[in-house]
Design a protein around this ligand. Sequence first.
Ligand code: HEC
Length: 127
Amino acid sequence: MRLTNIGLGLVIAIVSAGFAGGVGVKDLSAVTKEGDSVSGREIYANTCIRCHGIDGKGAQGIKLVPPPADLGSSAVQNRLDGTLFKRIHEGKPNTAMGAWKHALSDDEIWDVLAYVRTLGVGSEEKP
Ligand code: HEC
């Protein structure tokens, strides 16, 4: 029984190694998905900008408690894709950050997350 399991494991390992060139990379999409930041930008402009602002640092003249998260900050950027996806999907209780699962499809959330990732580039290097 044990031996069979090891044998099966080996076969799977060999088969996945065989796919590693192409399909293997895509297997990661079980937990994370490469969104399209160009379409994400449009979604962001339509749905997120009014709170998070054009650069993710928060919209001007908006007073929320707690304030919108700085999306370019390392506090946000250091989170895993899955964590941020869930946050956008489910929202954050007792904050203005609502659940977007009704307004956006999963693919749209991955797209907008891909755009959120672009906000981190550069802003991290500034002191
Ligand atoms: C009505 C205002 C509002 C809108 C619209 C809004 N957010 Fe937020 N968002 C917030 C607030 C407020 C927080 C901060 C919550 C906190 O500090 O705990 C937040 C937090 C976040 C965070 C950080 C969560 C974390 O784990 O720290 C992400 C990522 C985020 N928003 C993405 C988005 C995206 C993407 C959209 C558009 C689909 C969006 N938000 C639309 C108000 C908003």
